[in-house]
Design a protein. Structure first.
Ligand code: URA
Length: 289
């Protein structure tokens, strides 16, 4: 945002410095998440010093006509980098400024896309499989150049997988230090002890260190099988299967139903949908972008 400072420099928030790994190790999820591919530093408006008028950026993002966007500014519904904007004609940098409508972040850039996929059972999370197995890359085809998957799901795990051309977003969503919550539904064999939620929230020791869940809910029990929902914020390999096996509940079916604020909802197996600007904005906000 150019707030007409004497130097004419934007006042974008300084965020996004590289963070350390909270667990001292990199998750398997990091393998395909490129770091900072060509993204500009926040506030770097080189080549675009004056920025663009806020109402034009909002209109191009589909918020409404320029006139409608001007009215929304006048009504105090728009903020830039956390500051409510009431004056017309403010110049912003869509690459770096954080724009919110009615308090909800909006991704106003047009050069990046993010998709949700309901990955089917049996599909390998890789953009190209040397062994010729069905892969996520094969499923997306040439949908968008530079698309990478955000973290991984096991071949036998179904459910929500995000894919994006935004390298920094992919990096942060997958990195354990950003602690992005992921929700799983697991079908397990055996009956679930009453104190299991408490034990899982407290933490269970695995071969490669302890793991604790953010929440645990018993959803259903029938004929020796139970369905449990687990929310946890890490991405170690096979973490849900290993955790539940450790407490005597082998997993027979595993589905990821949410990543942060993005839900699988009613997506059909194998389908893809492009996330809208509010959803992408919410992901950015979650990881401090
Ligand atoms: N935990 C697992 O065990 N498998 C996955 O695919 C994801 C989390």
């Amino acid at each position: 945002m150019n707030t007409e400072s004497p130097e004419g420099r934007p006042q974008a928030d300084e965020q996004g410095t590289e963070q350390g790994d909270a667990h001292g190790v990199w998750s398997e999820d990091m393998e395909l998440a490129p770091v900072h591919p060509g993204d500009r530093e926040p506030g770097d408006t080189s080549g675009d010093r004056q920025g663009e008028r806020l109402q034009k950026v909002l209109a191009r993002a589909g918020v409404g006509s320029r006139r409608v966007c001007e009215d929304m500014i006048a009504e105090g519904r728009i903020s830039v980098n956390g500051r409510q904007i009431l004056e017309q004609g403010l110049r912003v940098d869509p690459q770096t400024d954080q724009i919110a409508v009615d308090g909800q972040r909006l991704d106003v850039r047009n050069d990046r896309v993010t998709y949700a996929m309901n990955k089917p059972f049996g599909v390998v999370t890789t953009m190209k499989d040397d062994r010729g197995r069905p892969s996520v890359g094969e499923m997306v085809g040439d949908l968008a150049a530079g698309l990478v998957h955000v973290g991984r799901l096991d071949q036998d795990t179904e459910g929500l997988l995000l894919l994006t051309t935004d390298g920094e977003l992919a990096h942060r969503l997958a990195h354990p230090s950003y602690e992005v919550p992921k929700t799983y539904l697991a079908q397990v064999s055996g009956s679930v002890p009453r104190d299991l939620g408490k034990r899982l929230r407290h933490g269970i020791e695995l071969d490669d260190g302890p793991v604790a869940v953010d929440s645990f809910t018993l959803k259903d029990t029938h004929a020796g099988q139970s369905v449990v929902e687990i929310v946890l914020h890490e991405g170690r390999k096979h973490i849900v299967r290993r955790l539940l096996a450790e407490v005597g509940l082998p997993v027979s079916r595993l589905t990821r139903t949410a990543v942060g604020p993005i839900e699988l909802a009613r997506m059909r197996s194998g389908s893809l949908r492009r996330l809208n600007r509010t959803e992408v904005g919410a992901l950015h906000e979650l990881v401090g972008l």
